[in-house]
Design a protein around this ligand. Structure first.
Ligand code: TD4
Ligand code: CA
Ligand code: ZN
Length: 306
């Protein structure tokens, strides 16, 4: 069933588990995510970036809405990193039930004002809103972020921001970054900062850049001819700890991309005579489903579908 993001996330924060927001761009990824959720009786959030909407167009949005409505578990359809009011309105027209407005690269007052405007439009049609405060480490909005600490979410500011905007859930910058290169060794989550934010903000908190970048997938990608540098992700134990402290929505895109692409590479390499796309997309879809399932187990959302 199609529900709002807040319906899923409120319960998650209250009961201390996390729900995955998995990015989709096509039919195979959508099926993998929804089948994993149904088999494990887990609520789930299907995330579409502006890039996904551009790539998949109406075919993608119509498909995700129809499949979410038919699903036997609660599903929210979410706009990931909405960059403008117009982009949010487009998602609302398409039937999304959750939208993110990301003005985290603007100054505090602009972020408050633009977020507030989106909250009014979304709430008017019963859709809930994610906002962001602070900047993720690494590259965000094509800006290289070096003075990391100054850009992590300030807990006191977060409290004021949520009160002034009326946003329903908040993406926090606590050390993670997007993509397959999250730093050397064991990339960090600033748990003490998260604990402080959670004590001041009762709303569900959101962790971006949460992929774990499993080394097994990196190896399979390399062994099938893929080229990738020193890839590293967030340790599963660090994610578990973050959930215990108040993170309710965990974004995962990179792990799915790695699984999908590694399996396609393997399939093409193993069967050079094959040119039926179903023969290599099918196993790739299956691998994504397994990744989604293991994330759901890690997050603690298994069996939480009403
Ligand atoms: O918000 N996300 C997903 C970002 C998706 C970007 O999509 P486009 O390429 O279409 O812009 C995350 O926080 C994912 O984090 P991860 O650790 O999986 O990279
Ligand atoms: Ca941002
Ligand atoms: Zn993100």
């Amino acid at each position: 069933m199609l529900v709002t993001g807040l319906e899923i996330l409120k319960k998650a924060r209250a009961e201390g588990y996390g729900v995955g927001a998995f990015n989709t761009n096509n039919m195979e990824l959508t099926q993998a995510i929804l089948e994993a959720a149904e088999e494990l009786k887990s609520p789930v959030i299907l995330a579409l970036s502006e890039g996904a909407m551009k790539y998949g167009g109406r075919a993608l949005t119509r498909m995700v809405v129809a499949l979410a409505q038919e699903a036997r578990v609660p599903v929210a359809i979410h706009l990931d990193h909405g960059s403008s009011y117009e982009s949010v309105l487009k998602a609302l027209r398409e039937g999304f039930t959750s939208v993110m407005i990301d003005k985290s690269h603007e100054d505090f007052e602009t972020n408050v004002r633009e977020t507030r405007r989106v909250v009014e439009a979304a709430h008017a049609v019963g859709v809930t809103v994610e906002a962001e405060l602070g900047r993720l480490a690494g590259i965000e909005e094509h800006v290289a972020v070096d003075e990391k600490d100054a850009l992590l979410t300030n807990p006191e500011e977060a409290r004021v921001f949520m009160e002034r905007t009326g946003a329903d859930y908040l993406a926090v910058a606590i050390g993670t970054s997007h993509g397959a290169y999250k730093g050397k060794g064991r990339p960090f989550i600033d748990h003490p900062r998260l604990e402080r934010i959670a004590s001041l903000v009762p709303a569900p908190l959101v962790l971006h850049g949460a992929s774990s970048v499993p080394q097994e997938l990196i190896q399979r990608f390399r062994d099938s001819g893929g080229e990738i540098g020193e890839a590293a992700g967030i340790h599963p134990e660090d994610i578990k700890k973050a959930i215990a402290l108040g993170i309710a929505k965990i974004n995962t895109d990179t792990d799915l991309r790695l699984a999908f692409t590694a399996l396609i590479r393997e399939g093409l390499l193993k069967n050079p005579k094959e040119f039926d796309p179903r023969k290599y997309l099918g196993p790739a879809r299956e691998a994504v489903k397994e990744v989604v399932k293991s994330r759901m187990e890690l997050f603690g959302s298994v069996g939480k579908a009403l």
